[in-house]
Design a protein around this ligand. Structure first.
Ligand SMILES: NC(=O)C1=CN([C@@H]2O[C@H](COP(=O)(O)OP(=O)(O)OC[C@H]3O[C@@H](n4cnc5c(N)ncnc54)[C@H](OP(=O)(O)O)[C@@H]3O)[C@@H](O)[C@H]2O)C=CC1
Ligand SMILES: CC(=O)N[C@@H](CCC(=O)OP(=O)(O)O)C(=O)O
Length: 344
């Protein structure tokens, strides 16, 4: 396969490069930049010395049709300019940004504060939550790869909502992310002295992943109800831990919740249901494409606490993007993605 990565110099791009290096079908990879044309990649990123010594290429739209796959791992507002003219013209397009995820352009405008992608391109895009949308992903020209938080939240909640085991009307979701979730561009929020020895809540009630999660819950579980979703920045580099609190539907018990999760993901190797867990955290999936899920019912409140962990750069971004590429090309979903988590 001939693959192009736009945004190769960013965190998502670097993770695509790391994972594709061990992908048996990724024989040829070009790396594109909007700002560092001609620079030898391994001079910028020493860890890639003797692995990716090639020069970064400029983004020339008329040449992009010559690839089998184009990944865009760019800030919001970029891929909506690059990809629409490429749809159906050869390459499979996989966008890691939020530009094609929200079906209603007014929502995009409101939550991203940017101009939305053209409506016909949004209409043709397929939401790339692999475990839930495989058939459409297989046929798609343009994949809107899910956001990191939505991936962790949706994989844990959808089976329980779909089976009507928990109340979807009053969901409270509390999520925490490592700092790489904010990309490699420094800001006051991600500065070492602001994140070290600190845990902060941010974008309260304004996070752009709120409409994405609500849209997917409606799409896959048929429930249209607003959620309470809060995000926190914690002093670690990778990882997302999402904890949801939901009331049980009448006569539902913990065993049924676990069964629904296990049955849903029985044939999905990247989702692991962890039944016994005194300790459950982001390091058990670090560097891997796993999403681990744990659920516990509190009999005093009749509420379930549903917790999931992913590596934001792998299952939350590049790993899921490659999983989607595998589905598009009728490869086994796990191709190139069988890394064991880096535990310590
Ligand atoms: N980090 C994460 O955990 C996740 C990120 N995402 C999303 O994926 C996308 C990429 O994220 P991430 O890698 O973290 O971001 P980074 O900021 O680390 O990287 C983005 C890259 O995009 C390139 N870029 C910037 N402006 C342009 C432009 N105008 N045209 C083309 N390329 C441009 C830059 O490279 P250059 O200057 O070389 O062109 C830059 O390296 C974002 O939309 C993000 O929201 C989604 C899920 C998880
Ligand atoms: C820690 C951190 O800042 N995370 C980012 C996640 C970025 C992301 O994935 O957003 P889109 O893909 O929707 O652009 C945030 O909360 O905005």
């Amino acid at each position: 396969m001939k693959i192009g990565i736009i945004g190769a110099t960013g965190y998502g791009g670097l993770e695509l490069i790391r994972l594709l290096h061990n992908h048996p079908e990724a024989q040829y990879i070009d790396l594109f930049t909007s700002s560092e044309e001609g620079i030898q990649f391994s001079n910028k990123y020493t860890h890639l010395m003797n692995i990716y010594d090639q020069a970064l290429l400029p983004i020339e739209h008329n040449r992009l049709t010559g690839y089998d796959v184009i990944f865009t791992s760019t800030p919001s507002g970029v891929s909506s300019e690059i990809l629409p003219s490429l749809i159906g013209r050869g390459p499979k397009l996989i966008d890691l940004s939020g530009d094609f995820r929200l079906k209603n352009p007014i929502d995009y405008e409101q939550w991203y504060q940017k101009t939305p992608a053209p409506l016909d391109a949004i209409d043709r895009s397929v939401y790339g939550l692999t475990e839930w949308n495989e058939a459409l992903i297989n046929q798609a020209s343009l994949i809107a790869n899910p956001g990191c938080y939505p991936t962790a939240v949706l994989l844990s909640l959808l089976p329980l909502l779909k089976e009507n085991l928990i109340d979807g009307e009053n969901l409270i979701i509390d999520a925490k992310s490592g700092v790489s979730g904010a990309g490699n561009k420094p800001s006051q929020m991600t500065h070492f002295s602001e994140t070290n020895e600190n845990t902060a809540i941010y974008k309260i009630h304004q996070h752009q992943h709120i409409p994405e999660i609500e849209q997917a819950i409606s799409m896959f579980a048929g429930i249209t109800s607003p959620i309470t979703f809060t995000t926190h920045l914690v002093p670690m580099t990778r990882g997302i831990l999402a904890t949801s609190y939901a009331s049980l539907k009448p006569n539902v018990n913990e065993k049924q919740l676990i069964s629904a999760l296990k049955e849903t993901y029985a044939n999905h190797p990247f989702v692991r249901i962890i039944e016994q867990s005194n300790k459950f955290g982001t390091n058990q999936v670090y560097g891997s494409n796993f999403c681990d899920i744990h659920v516990k019912v509190d009999p005093r409140t009749n509420r379930a606490t549903i917790v999931s962990v992913i590596d934001n750069l792998v299952k939350g971004a590049a790993g899921q993007a490659i999983q989607n590429m595998n589905v598009q090309f009728n490869l086994n979903q796990t191709t190139g993605l069988q890394q064991v988590p880096l535990f310590i």
